[in-house]
Design a protein around this ligand. Structure first.
Ligand code: ADP
Ligand code: MG
Ligand code: ZN
Length: 614
């Protein structure tokens, strides 16, 4: 469903609800009162009225008795009002009526047109209205009206030939090697059948966002030259009840008809989340139905039919175990963040169509972009190109790239320079981060320090760049990182004897890191080599998975240990700042003057530390 259809679906829902409400109100306030012209009385009242001899006429129905009595309030005295009573089985009724000498008759109920109209049409009306409105709204949607909602959207991209190949994917050689087998299978299934080898039915690509899972799936189809049927898990979430399941069914039916080909389910975590998991979601039933249909379809065909199912997720840890069982997505391929070599390849791919100035050194760019994903790098190239255009240049230069990196890391700079006391405070705060980082040996290199506020809400920032890709970090290295994070606050404390709200983000990040050191990395002696965090992998999104139930004692100990790490880091930072206070004053002075300084300037100031004046 594209966004327009989604909007329409939402509208028709609002209309439908509105229609039902309108009918209910009509019933309650207009039709209801009109029908209630008969006074409802208990059967005993009827007996009393009969005995009193006030009844003029009686109509006996199987279920009730209607009778008229003179209206006591009526001024003229000859007006009548009708009373009705639910009938109780009494065999002598007729005899008694004859005795009382009233006129009476029998009648089968609901003969009146009005009664049948309201008895039958009113309850059905809302449903007719809903149906009519949906027909009308969806009919305009252009996607074939409501009757085709259940048909898979894949219809429209039947046999999409992606045109993407491995030449468009950088830094994923390992993954490509693993995918070659699938390409081989799609091209020569008979070889596999001959030997009796069965390919895994489902291949799950797992990696942080932006590492190119979607791109790799497309490239696999492109390399094999087969059609690519893709659908995204998030599309299912927005659907009407029951539609998700039928889409899955259609998707599989069509793909089977066109085999060999690839079915790709992007963001599969949106439907495949653990059914029992702690992460409860809305529309559970719908998702469950869709998931069940998916499992059913996967079980229901032979991989030798030539359909390969691929899926991608950033959050493998939330997937339902049933999805990962043998015969389903039993092959997982990890798509990691690119290494330096990979980043170079990706940059080369994305700069192919960009006019580059000869001075741009892509090797260096690859070097200083550790931690960037493929998508970040693609964005970097584009940001740099945009900056070049803005500066009226014909080609993209190193300056554009450097600014582009800053934009991606820190956000857009805002044209709102700080002044006065705040400017001074921020200069010392950022200077504190930078200096502590510069002085500690195991930390990342300082790349740039700025006191220009950013669109991400920071008043300034200190950008560090790892010299190399880090795969493992020792406890001392992490402790030093904590000290850098607290360096800003320490500088405020040392210079102004007070702290500000500016450090709140630092504190949050530092506390997070300290918690992970204690509960995930086993870096606290008091707690020992035990994992106290939730299930493995707190997710690429950095969300802590629900932690196990811990005893209050352990919780307390964890807090104590976090506190100990942070206190230690803060005293390290304070110590360094106190012993190099002159350097900090100098850094802060230059910062206030220039607003942005680079890592080399910081290094120089710290090494040839000005002699203590005073
Ligand atoms: P994911 O699915 O992992 O979130 P995508 O496949 O959607 O990432 O990648 C988004 C974009 O980032 C791609 O269209 C491509 O331009 C770029 N990209 C990501 N990874 C790579 C890569 N390894 N090589 C080249 N480009 C990449
Ligand atoms: Mg993707
Ligand atoms: Zn800070």
């Amino acid at each position: 469903m594209d966004s327009r259809q989604r909007l329409q679906a939402k509208f028709s829902l609002i209309y439908a609800i509105g229609a039902v409400l309108a009918v209910l109100l009509l019933q309650e306030y207009v039709i209801g009162p009109r029908m209630a012209t008969e006074e409802e009385v208990p059967y005993s009242q009827f007996r009393e009225d009969l005995a009193a001899g006030v009844i003029a006429e009686v109509t006996v129905e199987p279920e009730r008795i209607l009778y008229t009595v003179p209206d006591s309030e009526g001024a003229t005295g000859d007006e009548e009002k009708t009373r009705k009573a639910v009938r109780i089985e009494d065999e002598d009724l007729v005899e008694e009526l004859v005795e009382a000498g009233v006129e009476f008759q029998a009648r089968t109920p609901s003969t009146s047109l009005l009664t049948s109209l309201f008895g039958w049409i009113v309850p059905v009306l809302p449903f007719v209205l809903i149906w009519w409105i949906l027909m009308k709204r969806m009919g305009k949607g252009g996607a074939g009206g409501i009757l085709s909602v259940g048909k898979s959207k894949a219809t429209e991209i039947t046999g999409e030939m992606t045109g993407v190949t491995f030449a468009d994917v950088g830094g994923a050689d390992q993954v490509e090697t693993e995918l070659k087998e699938i390409i081989e299978f799609l091209n020569h299934p008979e070889r596999f059948v001959q030997v009796g080898a069965k390919l895994p039915k489902g291949v799950l690509l797992v990696g942080p966002p932006g590492t190119g899972e979607t791109l790799l799936a497309k490239a696999t189809a492109g390399e094999a030259g087969v059609p690519f049927f893709s659908i995204s898990g998030s599309e299912f979430v927005e659907m009407f009840v029951g539609v998700g399941a039928s889409r899955v069914r259609d998707l599989f039916n069509q793909a089977k008809a066109k085999a060999p080909d690839i079915i790709f389910i992007d963001e599969i975590d949106a439907i495949g989340q653990s059914r029992s998991g702690a992460v409860a979601m809305r529309s559970n039933d719908e998702r469950e139905q869709t998931l069940n249909q998916l499992l059913y379809e996967m079980d229901g065909f032979d991989s030798n039919e030539g359909v390969v199912i691929m899926a991608a997720t950033n959050r493998p840890e939330v997937l339902d175990k049933a999805l990962l069982r043998a015969g389903r997505f039993d092959r997982q391929i990890e798509v990691p963040l690119p290494t330096e070599k990979g980043r170079l390849q990706i940059l080369e791919i994305h700069t192919r169509t960009v006019a580059m100035a000869p001075d741009v050194d892509l090797d260096r760019m690859a070097q200083i972009t550790a931690g960037f994903s493929g998508a970040d790098l693609a964005q970097l190239v584009n940001e740099a190109a945009l900056l070049a255009v803005r500066r009226g240049e014909q080609t993209v230069t190193t300056v554009d790239f450097d600014l582009g990196i800053e934009r991606i890391v820190a956000g857009l700079q805002r044209d709102m320079p700080l002044d006065g006391e705040v400017r001074k405070m921020v200069a010392y705060h950022e200077g504190g981060h930078a200096m502590v980082s510069q002085l500690l040996p195991l930390t990342d290199r300082v790349h740039k320090v700025s006191i220009i506020p950013t669109s991400k809400g920071a008043l300034g920032y200190t950008m560090e760049m790892p010299e190399e890709d880090r795969h493992l970090m020792s406890k001392p290295a992490l402790e030093q990182r904590l000290a850098v994070m607290l360096g800003g606050r320490a500088a405020e404390l040392a210079i102004f004897q007070q702290t500000s709200t500016g450090a709140s983000n630092d504190l949050e990040r530092a506390t997070d890191l300290a918690r992970r050191m204690v509960t995930e990395f086993g870096m606290s002696e008091a707690l020992g080599p035990v994992r106290y965090a939730g299930p493995a992998g707190s997710g690429y999104l950095g969300h802590q998975a629900a932690s196990r139930n811990l005893s209050p004692d352990i919780e307390n100990l964890i807090d104590t240990e976090i506190r100990r790490l942070l206190d230690g880091a803060e005293s390290t930072a304070l110590e360094l700042i106190r012993t190099h206070e002159a350097a900090l004053h100098e850094i802060a002075r230059v910062l206030q003057e220039k607003e942005v300084i680079d890592g080399e300037t910081v290094a120089r100031i710290v090494t040839d530390e000005p002699v203590e004046e005073n």
